[in-house]
Design a protein around this ligand. Structure first.
Ligand code: ADP
Length: 625
């Protein structure tokens, strides 16, 4: 009923009681019924309404008494009227007191409405008697809908423990805290941190429970996502066949920050200060290693593992310096290759990737992923050995083809020695030996002997079975030696060899014999292609600068050229068009040139010769500006 309605009915009731009091012989006793009018007015919850109603009722009681009785008459009707007035007065006082208490409670309830938590009160039977604004917003039920409902049933609360046990603990200690799950009106499941407090009346009897609930659904979801991610990482860490090392480089960062390079490039500075680098190796603290890494390092458990990376890296390691530079430059990743020293001292070749933490502050963990490449290295070594064997075999084969001309070449100085020796003998056998002439002829013998020896040395060197070298080579010298090996063979076939070497070519880094073999192969092939053909037979070998980093050598002949169908297969192993050819020469040439960082290609117009084009990088120390 609205306030106006309550006021109206209160007034109507008071008037009705007044009329009955005046018109009936009930003699004032009926005036007690004014109490009902006051109680009705009290329901408007307004202090003024209560006072107005009470005053009105008192006035009406006195008026009715005066109208019905003489002023002087002092009898029982007077007493009854007084009792009625007392009843009205007491009721009014009680109602006013009650109103004050209700107002206080309402103020407190308004405070509860300001809370960000869902707060409600339930009585001992579990029926909701108060429901704050946040509860309305979060759970979805308005206060009108929630009041009078059973809290557990409305919210379909599920508890971490038996409900009876929780209630018993609440009665015992007066409080309970725990995490529960509840459902909203829309059916969403909320995870909620609940704090309950037991309310008592003035006699200490429990009357209700104040439940304060904080919605932690998002927080719990975020936390569980974090936990899941951590578990995933752990699984990968533990089960990975790749070695993983977790390191803390925060000490290293401090050391790098306080490093005075005096304007020098960091890499140069570190290279000149090996003490700092070895100190830095101690600062790269190992915090965890996965089982794969423990196995790789020959350790039994991570507790027995090394504290820092120093012991893991060999004395000659250069990879750590590179990693330091990458770290100082703020790079996110660094890759490299090194040898890992196992706890038993054995060395394991490994490839590694380091990931650095994204920000200098916060996360310090540096992750190093390590792969054991022993098998790959062995396979690579076996491949290199096989290639070297093959190249050697090809050299032997080439020299076999050249044997006639080599024999001739060696024979020439031998013949000259014999001739000079005979001439010397003749000068000696004269009646008066001419010692001067003898000396001259012996000089010839020695010179020719040297020549023969040089030829033999050259051939032996070419046939040498040595592992590839990385020497600084003047390409002009390599060309000279190669052409010397084939000169006679070409001359025999009437092939003119023209060599044009640009002066002042920077040196290249590589293996002298291997590069000689490439040139010998290309020259022999060119000579063989032209052999027995009519017309002029010329090979032009040019060496010159391409750009600041590369030099080029071309071997051009005036032979028949290469059939277009053969071009794509020319460098394939075992491709040959010659009777008794092995087809390995060009394949080896290309592998050799590529191993030197260069390229080998061919261009040919059938009928007008072939041109082999090879490029080689200069050795880095001598790259042109
Ligand atoms: P082989 O000399 O044993 O045949 P190579 O690998 O050296 O093996 O050469 C493969 C083939 O390439 C030769 O058989 C020949 O057909 C062709 N070839 C190589 N050089 C020339 C050239 N200068 N002119 C024409 N053909 C050539």
């Amino acid at each position: 009923m609205s306030r106006a309605g309550l006021r109206f009915w209160s007034a109507v009731l008071a008037f009705a009681v007044f009329m009955i009091d005046v018109l009936t012989p009930l003699e004032g006793a009926v005036a007690v019924l004014y109490v009902i009018a006051i109680l009705l007015a009290a329901r408007t919850n307004r202090r003024n309404d209560i006072i107005v109603a009470a005053t009105g009722c008192i006035v009406l009681t006195i008026t009715a008494y005066l109208l019905s009785h003489d002023l002087e008459a002092i009898a029982s009707p007077t007493l009854r009227a007084l009792v009625s007035l007392a009843a009205i007065g007491i009721t009014t006082l009680l109602v006013l007191q009650n109103h004050a208490a209700t107002t206080r409670l309402a103020a407190q309830a308004r405070l509860l409405n300001l809370s960000h938590d869902m707060i409600f009160v339930r009585d001992r039977g579990g029926v909701i008697t108060f429901w704050n604004k946040t509860a309305e917003q979060t759970y979805g039920w308005s206060a009108d809908e929630a009041l009078g409902q059973l809290a557990d049933r409305l919210l379909r609360t599920s508890y971490p423990d038996r409900r009876e046990a929780i209630e018993a603990s609440l009665l015992d200690t007066g409080r309970w805290e725990g995490r529960v799950e509840q459902r909203t009106k829309a059916g969403a499941v909320l995870t909620v941190d609940a704090r309950w407090a037991l309310q008592h009346d003035h006699l200490g009897t429990p009357v209700g429970v104040l439940e304060t609930h904080t919605d932690v659904t998002d927080r719990v979801a975020a936390h569980s996502a974090l936990v899941q991610s951590e578990q995933r990482y752990r699984r990968m860490f533990d089960a990975s066949r790749i070695g993983v090392v977790e390191e803390d480089w925060s000490g290293l960062r401090t050391a790098l920050d306080s490093l005075q390079t005096e304007g020098a490039d960091l890499r140069d500075h570190l290279a000149r200060n090996p003490d700092f680098v070895s100190h830095a190796r101690h600062l790269a603290r190992i915090t965890d290693v996965n089982p794969a890494m423990q196995k790789m390092a020959g350790a039994n458990g991570s507790a027995a593992f090394i504290e820092n990376v120093d012991k893991l890296l060999g004395e000659n390691d250069r990879s750590f310096l590179d990693a330091l530079v990458a770290f100082a430059e703020g790079q996110r990743f660094h890759e490299g290759e090194t040898q890992l020293v196992r706890l038993d001292g054995r060395k394991v070749p490994v490839l590694f990737t380091i990931t650095f933490p994204p920000t200098p502050d916060g996360d310090h963990s540096v992750l190093v992923f390590v792969v054991d490449i022993t098998e790959r290295k062995q396979a690579q070594d076996a491949l290199l050995a096989a290639q070297a064997e093959l190249a050697h075999a090809a050299r032997v084969a080439t020299l076999g083809e050249l044997s006639a001309s080599i024999a001739h070449e060696v024979n020439q100085p031998l013949a000259a020695i014999v001739t000079s020796g005979e001439a010397g003998l003749r000068w000696l056998r004269r009646d008066v030996p001419d010692l001067k002439e003898v000396a001259t002829t012996i000089g010839h013998v020695v010179a020719q002997g040297r020549r023969a020896s040089e030829i033999v040395t050259r051939i032996r060197t070419f046939l040498k079975k040595a592992s590839p070298q990385q020497d600084m080579l003047q390409i002009g010298e390599v060309i000279e030696e190669a052409t010397a090996l084939v000169a006679r063979e070409l001359a025999k076939d009437d092939v003119a060899l023209v060599v044009e070497t640009q002066p002042g070519l920077p040196p290249v880094r590589g293996d002298r014999i291997q590069l000689q073999q490439v040139l010998v192969n290309l020259l022999v092939n060119a000579g063989q292609a032209m052999s027995g053909r009519p017309g002029s037979r010329t090979i032009t070998l040019r060496a010159g600068i391409v750009d600041s980093e590369t030099l080029a050598i071309t071997v051009q002949d005036s032979g028949p050229g290469i059939h277009p169908d053969d071009l794509p297969r020319l460098f394939d192993p075992f491709f040959t068009t010659k009777d008794g050819g092995m087809g390995m020469g060009l394949a080896i040439c290309r592998t050799t040139v590529e191993a030197h960082g260069g390229r080998l290609s061919v261009a040919s117009t059938p009928g007008s010769g072939a041109t082999f084009h090879l490029t080689l990088p200069y050795s880095q120390e001598h790259a042109l500006p």
